[in-house]
Design a protein around this ligand. Structure first.
Ligand code: PCA
Length: 194
């Protein structure tokens, strides 16, 4: 059986929950060909990505899939690319707010190494609205994806990131949202597509 390390973030920016962890923690232990290891990581620059790297070192996963909240988005959005930039509009959960800073000494950008287009096609075919995203932003999610892609460049470990909308109970002012069941289902479909 192959091994998947899947991560979700803790709540940030005044929210009390994060749909990424809420959905990741509800996943079964096995999906398709994959044995699943679930990991919650802090919404904090460097700390989150370091925690993924530490756990990955012990379990040696075939694929690392990180999930994050993208408040305001309507669709399940696999990220195509991560860029070498941290430019935060709010502080992370440790009070850090980098402006216009390089993540590390690496390429300007790395492409995700999971089948993003196939995931979008399979989700839409199963009635879950999904679209590619060409920007993971410049906050912690992008930093995690960038750091992992940099670390696993030229290895067999594949790395991807999927942003998910607010949960229904978070969208108090009419923002787009999705019920938790749909997000969990979307993650299962995405994992079956890996
Ligand atoms: N979303 C943030 C960081 C944590 C999360 O769930 C982002 O998009 O960068």
């Amino acid at each position: 059986m192959k091994k998947l390390l899947i991560t979700g973030f803790d709540a940030f920016g005044g929210e009390t929950i994060n749909p990424s962890w809420e959905s990741v923690k509800r996943l079964p232990e096995k999906i398709g060909d994959f044995a699943i290891t679930k990991l919650q990581i802090p919404t904090a620059f460097k700390k989150g990505s370091q925690k993924v790297l530490d756990v990955a070192k012990t379990i040696c996963p075939d694929v690392i899939l990180c999930i994050g909240q993208a408040g305001g988005r309507q669709f399940i959005t696999p990220e195509v690319v991560a860029i070498n930039l941290m430019d935060a509009k709010i502080t992370d959960n440790l009070g850090y707010k980098p402006i216009n800073k390089q993540i590390l000494n690496g390429q300007n950008a790395y492409f995700s190494t999971i089948p993003v287009k196939e995931i979008v096609e399979n989700l839409n075919a199963k009635g879950i609205p999904s679209a590619l995203s060409y920007s993971a932003g410049t906050f912690v999610c992008n930093e995690v994806l960038y750091t992992l892609l940099h670390h696993y460049e030229n290895t067999s470990v594949r790395v991807g990131f999927i942003h998910v909308p607010y949960l229904t109970e978070q969208a108090k002012n009419g923002e787009p949202s999705m019920p938790i069941e749909n997000i969990v289902n979307a993650l299962k479909i995405a994992i079956e597509t890996l």
